[in-house]
Design a protein. Structure first.
Length: 622
């Protein structure tokens, strides 16, 4: 018998035996010969578990409950380049939704908004929603075409600025202001009734979804959850929460996997959904063409037969033909009113062709799925088209928008291994979980790059110097939001004249540099010439001319650190052993080698009180 919290050497939560209320999944029987007894155990457990907690399904009886059909939920960075156009400064939901058709379209979107940018200054997680120009219209536009929008809550955000209200009241205010359809609880399995009370007062029908294993007693009011890093047994088992309450919607995800076959198998056999997460906090992970098409075809079938999945009779490990089972085919059968849906997986790498069910001959590709519908005694094998498509991982590299030039040098850089990665894509590939010691570990490496000859100006550009530039040129930014927002009536405060200017983006800094016949250094030029920077005043992060894009995420590199920092030793340790303050951007003055990746936000949201710039003077050719 598998014990509670049993793990394999990778830290994987293994499926547990039937009856363990803490299970993510109940393991299948040791052999198919034991499947009838195993199913009897499942039925007995479900009845007993409901009695133990006096289970009430009132929420699920609501005829307007739509979450049971929301198979496709996407986690999207608010400034994903499919959702926001950095050139026009407008949100582009149509572009994102058109791209999502490769998965069968979206039922909902979790708008991820703050991490891993949060901590660059005092803004808290709620500010990163409240201060976004055009957010209300974006949400309304998505809802207009039937896509639900989920608010993200980060309970670990405790070291940025504090409001007079509780977090739950702040969330309630956001729901009221923007009309969010759901609430996603980052790092939480569930929220207790007292926490949810002010939110439910605003919207009693709001969908509540936790990250990973939902507790048995909270299935009653948490109608959705992530099936994150769920592991199945060799002979497939069932998801504990889905078996207990078939109307509860779970979304499979293993965020760093380059193949999603295991997740697809679990979803298919359990009548569950998928979390579509192609960009993990700025790091591209993608889906290959074969599997995205496979899921597009699977989800169409799940949607069409959802009534069978949620209110029919579910028979896991339903019997297939002897040759099919010997090959490695397994199936679930969902039946109601004389109609049955068989969802079939082929766990073998080899294609199966032969009898699947009595008198039904068909083909199921290796590492693939199939489906059979039975109605009035007639069996029909449904068609799929995914098998001919490529399963190669769709690599996507970040391209530096302004290419490097100059002389070749070697530099040693240092950085913290965050989920957003650095230059080279995802920092964790096919990892079960990002765990210590690699997660948040400090690394150094030597890179070969190019720098132009010249020298750094002595100090960061000041408020007074930038004011002179504005008076001389009349410069106005394309988007004015947060531009020099610390100034009063278009001028810096008298006691701030000699402090470094802030609340600028890279375009604002470049405009000044051009006026001075200077340039903004790349991150490597900043590092190579950092010894020339003698600034002893208030320190801000330095913008560098280092914008990258992979077509989904834009970022640049900050250098030098700042006097501000939320990582001040007060961050409590989480259950993973990582300090909660480690989720923030690193604070404090940093060594010249330090590289900080900043995901760029549109609409002026990247302008910060703690980001300034230093100019670079190019050497005169002789």
């Amino acid at each position: 018998m598998l014990e509670i919290n049993s793990k394999d050497p990778r830290g994987v939560d293994l499926p547990m035996s039937v009856g363990n209320d803490d299970a993510k999944m109940f393991a299948g029987p040791e052999t198919l010969a034991g499947r009838v007894e195993w199913r009897n155990q499942l039925h007995t457990w479900r009845t007993d578990a409901a009695e133990r907690i006096n289970y009430q399904d009132l929420v699920y009886r609501d005829s307007k409950l739509s979450s049971i059909t929301d198979f496709n939920i996407a986690l999207i960075w608010l400034w994903d380049e499919l959702l926001f156009d950095f050139e026009s400064g407008n949100f582009t939901p149509g572009k994102l939704l058109a791209d999502s058709q490769k998965f069968g379209g979206l039922d909902g979107i979790i708008l991820w908004h703050a991490y891993p940018v949060i901590g660059i200054d005092s803004r808290n997680q709620f500010d990163f929603y409240n201060d976004v120009p055009g957010l209300a219209k974006l949400i309304a536009d998505l809802q207009l075409v039937g896509v639900k929008v989920y608010l993200n809550y980060n309970p670990w955000d405790r070291w940025t600025k504090r409001a007079g209200e509780s977090d739950q009241q702040e969330l309630a205010d956001l729901v009221a202001k923007f009309g969010f359809d759901g609430l996603f609880l980052d790092t939480m399995k569930s929220a207790d009734p007292d926490f949810m009370a002010p939110i439910l007062k605003v919207n009693p029908k709001i969908t509540i979804a936790g990250e990973s294993r939902v507790q048995q007693e909270r299935i009653c009011d948490h109608v959705m959850s992530w099936a994150q890093w769920f592991s199945d047994s060799e002979i497939p088992g069932v998801i504990r929460a889905k078996w207990f309450e078939p109307r509860h919607m779970l979304h499979q995800t293993r965020r760093w996997n380059r193949s999603h076959i295991d997740e697809l198998n679990i979803a298919w056999l359990n009548g569950a959904g998928m979390l579509l997460w192609e960009v993990v906090f700025g790091a591209w992970v993608g889906w290959n063409r074969r599997e995205s098409q496979m899921w597009q075809e699977m989800v169409a079938i799940l949607r069409e037969h959802n009534e069978l999945l949620t209110s029919g009779e579910w028979e896991p490990l339903t019997q297939l033909s002897e040759p099919a089972e010997a090959h490695g085919l397994y199936a679930s059968k969902f039946s109601k009113n004389g109609t049955s849906l068989y969802t079939i997986v082929n766990k073998s790498v080899d294609e199966y062709h032969g009898e699947i069910l009595p008198k039904l001959i068909g083909t199921v590709p290796g590492n693939g799925v199939g489906a059979v519908v039975s109605s009035e005694g007639e069996l029909a094998l449904l068609e799929f088209s995914y098998s001919s498509l490529s399963s190669d991982f769709p690599e996507k590299s970040s391209i530096r928008i302004q290419p490097l030039s100059g002389v070749a040098v070697q530099l040693s850089i240092s950085f913290r291994n965050r989920e957003c990665g650095l230059y080279d894509g995802a920092p964790f590939v096919d990892a079960w979980k990002p765990l210590p010691p690699n997660f948040h570990q400090l690394f150094t490496k030597v890179i070969e790059t190019k720098i132009r000859l010249g020298h750094m100006e002595s100090n960061q550009v000041t408020n007074n110097e930038y004011h002179q530039f504005l008076q001389s040129t009349g410069y106005t930014p394309k988007q004015s939001h947060r531009f020099l927002s610390h100034w009063q009536d278009g001028s810096p405060k008298a006691d701030d004249l000699d402090n470094p200017v802030s609340y600028l983006d890279l375009a604002d800094a470049k405009a000044y540099a051009t006026w001075k016949k200077l340039v903004i250094p790349t991150e490597f030029e900043w590092q190579a010439y950092a010894q020339d920077n003698k600034n002893s005043r208030k320190r801000l992060w330095n913008l560098t001319d280092s914008v990258h894009s992979d077509g989904r995420t834009r970022f640049l590199i900050l250098k030098g650190g700042s006097s501000f920092g939320v990582r001040n030793g007060q961050g409590a340790k989480s259950t993973s052993g990582i300090a909660e303050s480690d989720w923030y951007v690193d604070g404090g003055v940093q060594d010249a080698s330090w590289v900080e990746k900043l995901l760029l936000m549109g609409a002026g949201m990247s302008r910060s009180e703690n980001i300034g710039f230093t100019c670079f003077r190019l050497a005169t050719a002789t």
